[in-house]
Design a protein around this ligand. Structure first.
Ligand SMILES: Cc1cc2nc3c(=O)[nH]c(=O)nc-3n(C[C@H](O)[C@H](O)[C@H](O)COP(=O)(O)OP(=O)(O)OC[C@H]3O[C@@H](n4cnc5c(N)ncnc54)[C@H](O)[C@@H]3O)c2cc1C
Length: 416
């Protein structure tokens, strides 16, 4: 004690779990809920609060939203979280319109073509997470949040997660021990790195500018996406309020352009957006605060190692142009929870390599396929070559005419 101040009293407590989930975002919270009836003793740890924070009619729309597929909504139904999301706010959309600003190609998808009432739902990430946390609080799963430090120590028998907390008077330490750790701590997953799970990474050289905008015209229950020479721009429908119409936008741009539009005055920003969307929704009346996310493709070359498993963004991230990121993470949740629950019900070791290999086999191929498709799509629309431009415009027009191909694409995009 160099400064002569007495070391604060240390207190510690130990608890043992079957598995601990590090990261209670949309994927981690869904996984915990999916395993709530498995008979396993489970804990979820997060740096952020794990208390539900429901939105109501007066809460402004959050900038981060997800386009949820039918498959993801079905999962939330099973978990009992969907009615809670609906009671806050969700926006079904029944059409999608995609076009190439540099040509004449376009394609329109309509839920009617497959006799569905909608193609998907746009839901704010905060609404999704809050509903999941609400349901989690009604289970026996233990939730730990708000610690000053979270340290994972990986061991042969039981891993240890040390949660630190300090007040000026005391230092508390909780040690959670578990046979299996699941990393759902997001794209920069510290646990994945600590477990030595290798991950490949490719910079898309795009930043996504996101915000909520009010538009003059109603969005017609349509998700709009235009491929500009600078990158894709999406207008995703949100519920209208008091006769005013809203969309969430995701505008992918090279980093310099992203910085430029972030710095524009509100009026100039709205005018530029309006022009980029070719005024399809009339004037962009105003825009909320803007946020920017660098976009990277990442993929873990293994989905588990030494009883540490990765899922969701900890395992893979892709370009948001087709709105599939969290949908893939939720499919990881379905596969992983099924494999673990089945092992438990058979009396097998749920943390054994052969059980976790099954999860990896079920998910890695699909995740890679989606990643490669997004890469291909991004390259196709980024290409300046006249031949490729002709090809993509013709491709859009031809696909638009073939209803069988379109139906397959719709079913694929809905995760059916
Ligand atoms: C601009 C943009 C638009 C997108 N649009 C869509 C879309 O329309 N549809 C779609 O499907 N996907 C979309 N995505 C992708 C989607 O947002 C992500 O796939 C999703 O958020 C991943 O969820 P997650 O739970 O895996 O990770 P995260 O949401 O990153 O959650 C990680 C959690 O872990 C916690 N955490 C972090 N570090 C630690 C630690 N050391 N210890 C404990 N806890 C920790 C965090 O607090 C957080 O709660 C989009 C992404 C971007 C960038």
């Amino acid at each position: 004690m160099s400064d002569g101040v007495a070391d604060p009293v240390k207190e510690s407590s130990n608890q043992t779990f079957d598995l601990v989930i590090i990261g209670g975002g949309m994927v981690g919270a869904s996984l915990a809920l999916s395993l709530a009836d498995s008979g396993l003793k489970i804990a979820v740890v997060d740096q952020q609060s794990l208390s539900p924070a429901p939105s109501d009619d007066t809460t402004p729309y959050a900038a981060r939203v997800s386009a949820l597929t039918e498959a993801s909504v079905n999962l939330f139904q099973q978990l009992g979280a969907w009615p809670l999301m609906q009671s806050q706010r969700v926006c079904p959309y029944s059409k999608m319109y995609v076009w190439d600003a540099e040509g004449t190609g376009d394609i329109a998808f309509d839920a009617d073509e497959i006799n569905h009432s909608h193609l998907g739902h746009i839901v704010e990430n905060d609404v999704i997470r809050s509903a999941l946390l609400d349901r989690l609080s009604q289970t026996g799963i233990e939730l730990f949040s708000g610690q000053s430090s979270i340290d994972c120590q990986l061991n042969d028998e039981l891993h240890t997660v040390t949660l630190g907390d300090a007040t000026p008077q005391k230092k508390f330490q909780k040690k959670l021990q578990a046979k299996l750790l699941i990393a759902t701590d997001g794209a920069e997953s510290g646990l994945r790195k600590q477990a030595g799970i290798p991950s490949s990474q490719r910079d898309y050289l795009h930043h996504a500018v996101v915000t909520t905008v009010e538009t003059e015209a109603y969005h017609q229950d349509t998700a709009w996406q235009v491929f500009l020479d600078t990158g894709p721009l999406a207008f995703l429908p949100l519920p209208s309020r008091e006769g005013r119409h809203y969309c969430s936008i995701v505008w992918s741009l090279i980093p310099d352009q992203a910085q430029r539009v972030l710095g524009l005055e509100d009026e100039a920003f709205c005018s530029e957006l309006e022009r980029a969307l070719e005024c399809r929704l009339g004037k962009v009346v105003n825009a909320d605060d803007r946020y920017c996310f660098p976009l990277k493709q990442r993929h873990s070359r293994q989905y588990h190692r030494n009883r540490v498993v990765v899922a969701g963004d900890s395992a893979h991230t892709i370009h948001p142009l087709a709105g599939q990121g969290v949908n893939l993470g939720l499919q990881d949740v379905m596969a992983l929870s099924e494999e673990i629950s089945r092992a438990v019900s058979r009396g097998d070791d749920f943390a054994a390599d052969y059980i976790l290999n099954r999860y990896e086999r079920r998910r890695m191929g699909s995740n890679l396929l989606m990643m490669k498709s997004m890469e291909g799509l991004q390259n196709l629309f980024a290409a300046d070559d006249i031949g490729i431009r002709w090809l993509r415009n013709t491709g859009l027009k031809v696909t638009n005419r073939f209803s069988f191909v379109k139906k397959q694409l719709i079913r694929q995009a809905m995760g059916l």
